[in-house]
Design a protein around this ligand. Structure first.
Ligand SMILES: O=C(O)CCC(=O)C(=O)O
Ligand SMILES: [Fe+2]
Length: 199
């Protein structure tokens, strides 16, 4: 299959629900779950430090540092499995990436709140390629409050092995989220490949 565009105004979002063959997706999920250096990072929420509702890791080229809360964060070096996936994603997206953020949603209570990936390090039109492994979870898109187009929110189900590409003006005009679910769901591992520009 190939990437198919979603009909959203002021956005360029494309989905391939079957990017990785099931056996390859299952093997990669198993390998990454076991070998990635997962962290449980705190975030500030309304002035209080709480743990993020998911585990994270960050890999990339040595030059792909980014600033976060006044700290310069250095990525872990690419593992062979992540490097191979990066090349495959680059070919499918016709884009180059120098880092990947991994999120492990351990169960239905792990989630990601509404946000846009619009950090200055990602440049004016970020290209974000998102690979999902494991349990399917809902992925929501909504117009950015204030600047987004008048359009209802959209809910997608991202299955294991899928590839979602967000590029062009998407991060300017839209936000996305992975809501919690009361359903019993197994772990889901998501990788967002990014290009960090200019140090
Ligand atoms: O888990 C997902 O599908 C989304 C992850 C995401 O939005 C991010 O890492 O910025
Ligand atoms: Fe995001």
């Amino acid at each position: 299959m190939a990437l198919q565009p979603l009909p959203l105004p002021q956005a360029d979002v494309r989905l391939d629900p079957a990017f990785l063959p099931p056996a390859a997706a299952a093997a990669l999920l198993q390998e990454l779950t076991a070998t990635v250096g997962w962290r449980h990072e705190p975030i500030k929420l309304f002035g209080k430090e709480v743990l993020q509702p998911r585990l994270t890791a960050w890999y990339g080229d040595a030059g792909a540092a980014y600033r976060y809360s006044g700290l310069t964060m250095q990525p872990e070096p690419w593992t062979p499995a992540l490097q191979q996936l990066r090349r495959r994603v680059e070919t499918a997206c016709a884009a180059a990436f120098n880092s990947v953020l991994l999120n492990l949603y351990r169960h239905g209570q792990d989630s990601m709140g509404w946000h846009a990936d619009d950090e200055p390090e990602l440049g004016p039109a970020p290209v974000i390629a998102s690979v999902s492994l494991g349990a399917p979870r809902r992925f929501r898109l909504r117009p950015r409050p204030g600047t987004g187009p008048a359009h209802p929110p959209l809910t997608l189900e991202l299955p294991g092995g899928s590839l979602l590409l967000m590029q062009g003006p998407t991060q300017h005009y839209w936000q996305h989220a992975v809501p919690k679910t009361a359903q019993p769901v197994g772990p889901r591992l998501n990788l967002t490949f990014r290009r960090i520009i200019g140090q």
